[in-house]
Design a protein around this ligand. Structure first.
Ligand code: ADP
Length: 471
């Protein structure tokens, strides 16, 4: 496929291959954008911004609703493309397209609710007015695990706010992103409003971040790269939103509804083969119910089918690549070597048909094992036990990360008290799938800053201007 700059497609001689993680064959190529491409992308985004920022909220909303409709028409095709480049099961890919599109319709509506303020002045001869204005050209850099949702979660609020964008999707999954931008143009996107470039990540990052006309960076990816991009944004003082790694604890109290906890564990752990930033990573289960929780979980896991994402029966596709597989293998081996028991699962040794890991449960996990200290990003569920609740919360908080945490209990007072103590931006309380377009998604501590979705999501793309009027 080709990149899109100023509403026009551009190819290149220098290309990057896109590989299907199931067949491990090249399915397409995308351009390695040149310096000229990158300069043109920012030029055209800047020109489009100067026009778009003065358009009415109704015009912005109408374009977003058109884009939403066009995506609806093409959702099967988009889902198939996503499964081919990313590996997730088709039913999950379809779910992601619906989820991704819900950000577009939500922000189409929010475009009309960018409210200012009037504040009583201390002097009778003055009036204070507060206005919101779009921040400017936005650079959106996205990861491979949600090839559609990570794009719309950034682009929809940016466009609703009156900004223009230059997108750099992950090198592993650029095709869904390119197709979404093609569809935006079918839906009537003005030239230059939504540009998309692919290629060498560092060069693209440096060019976009070095340009003072780019006023905002919205990044989703690893904490390591997030920190680097934050530093690189400092010279031109860009606004930044960073959605970075997680290390989610999943706590099950002794009074929890075990069936609900098991369903929550399956939803939060095995979606996208465990490759989501809010995936539960480490389980803390009260010692009195650990055995029954583990055996119910084992039964539920036995239902999950590993295989080709395009097969309707598949629940868990291949991991994205060899590096991901090696990391998961290292985590399982390290746990077993240090005394954990493999209840079920393990890596699939034959990697000739993709890098597969069976859904895996480890019992007897300890806090210093790799699977408890690092983000595994695979379908591995390590269970540790605890004696009292304060201890469980302290262990859950003992990490530099703070994206999401899960708590299962039927006691409402404990639920409120303990969730207030959890140092996480997102709490799934008796809920294994908390993401929604209406809700502010984002992390604390080294999981990043800023929020995506909800009324908060559009604020990230708005400047506050105060006008002091002397009468
Ligand atoms: P992941 O581990 O999920 O691949 P990364 O942080 O490596 O996370 O990648 C997320 C996104 O950041 C991808 O689009 C990737 O190409 C991009 N990226 C990685 N390194 C850089 C960099 N130095 N500058 C700009 N973008 C980068």
């Amino acid at each position: 496929m080709e990149i899109i700059i100023n509403g026009e497609k551009r190819g290149a001689d220098n290309v990057i291959e896109v590989i299907n993680p199931f067949t491990q064959r090249v399915i397409d190529t995308v351009p390695n954008a040149s310096e000229e491409d990158l300069r043109d992308a920012v030029d055209s985004a800047h020109r489009a911004f100067m026009k778009w920022k003065v358009e009415s909220a109704d015009t912005r909303a109408a374009f977003l609703m058109n884009w939403f409709q066009v995506i609806q028409i093409h959702k099967e095709e988009l889902a198939e493309l996503m499964t081919m480049e990313q590996g997730k099961p088709l039913k999950e890919a379809l779910g992601e397209i619906t989820y991704a599109n819900s950000y577009i319709s939500w922000f189409a509506e929010e475009a009309k609710r960018i409210y200012g303020q009037t504040i009583p002045a201390s002097s009778p001869g003055k009036r204070i007015f507060v206005q919101k204005q779009p921040v400017g050209v936005v650079a959106a850099i996205t990861p491979w695990n949600f090839p559609a949702a990570m794009i719309t979660r950034k682009v929809a609020p940016a466009i609703a706010a009156g900004c223009s964008v230059v997108i750099k999707p992950a090198e592993e999954t650029p095709l869904t992103a390119l197709r979404l931008v093609e569809l935006a143009h079918e839906a009537g996107a003005p030239a230059g409003l939504i540009n998309i470039v692919t290629g060498d990540a560092e060069r693209i990052g440096d060019t976009l971040l070095g340009d003072e006309r780019v006023r905002k960076l919205s990044f989703t990816g690893s904490t390591e790269v997030g920190k680097l991009l934050m530093k690189k944004s400092a010279d031109t003082m860009k606004r930044i939103s960073l959605e970075l790694g997680g290390q989610a604890p999943f706590i099950v109290l002794s009074d929890a509804d075990l069936d609900k906890a098991v369903a929550g564990a399956i939803a939060s752990k095995f979606r996208n083969a465990g490759q989501t930033c809010i995936c539960s990573n480490r389980f803390y289960v009260h010692h009195s119910i650990a055995e029954s929780f583990t055996s119910k979980l084992k039964e539920a896991v036995a239902e999950l089918r590993v295989g080709d994402g395009l097969d309707q029966e598949t629940d868990i596709g291949p991991l994205i690549d060899e590096g991901a597989y090696d990391k998961v293998k290292r985590h399982i081996d390290n746990a077993v070597e240090n005394g954990a028991s493999l209840v079920v699962g393990g890596v699939v040794d034959d990697t000739s048909q993709g890098y597969f890991v069976e859904p895996t449960i480890l019992s007897g996990a300890e806090d210093d094992m790799l699977c408890m200290t690092e983000e595994t990003f695979g379908p591995v569920l390590p269970i540790a036990t605890f004696e009292d609740e304060e201890e469980a919360i302290a262990r859950a908080n003992d990490t530099p990360f703070g994206l999401s945490a899960y708590l299962f209990t039927q006691d409402i007072s404990k639920a409120v008290r303990l969730s207030e103590q959890l140092e996480y931006g997102i709490i799934g309380l008796n809920d294994g799938a908390p993401s929604a377009a209406q809700a502010p998604f984002g992390g604390m501590k080294e999981s990043g800053m800023g929020r995506e979705g909800g009324p908060q999501g559009i604020e990230e793309y708005l400047e506050t201007k105060y006008l002091s009027l002397g009468l």
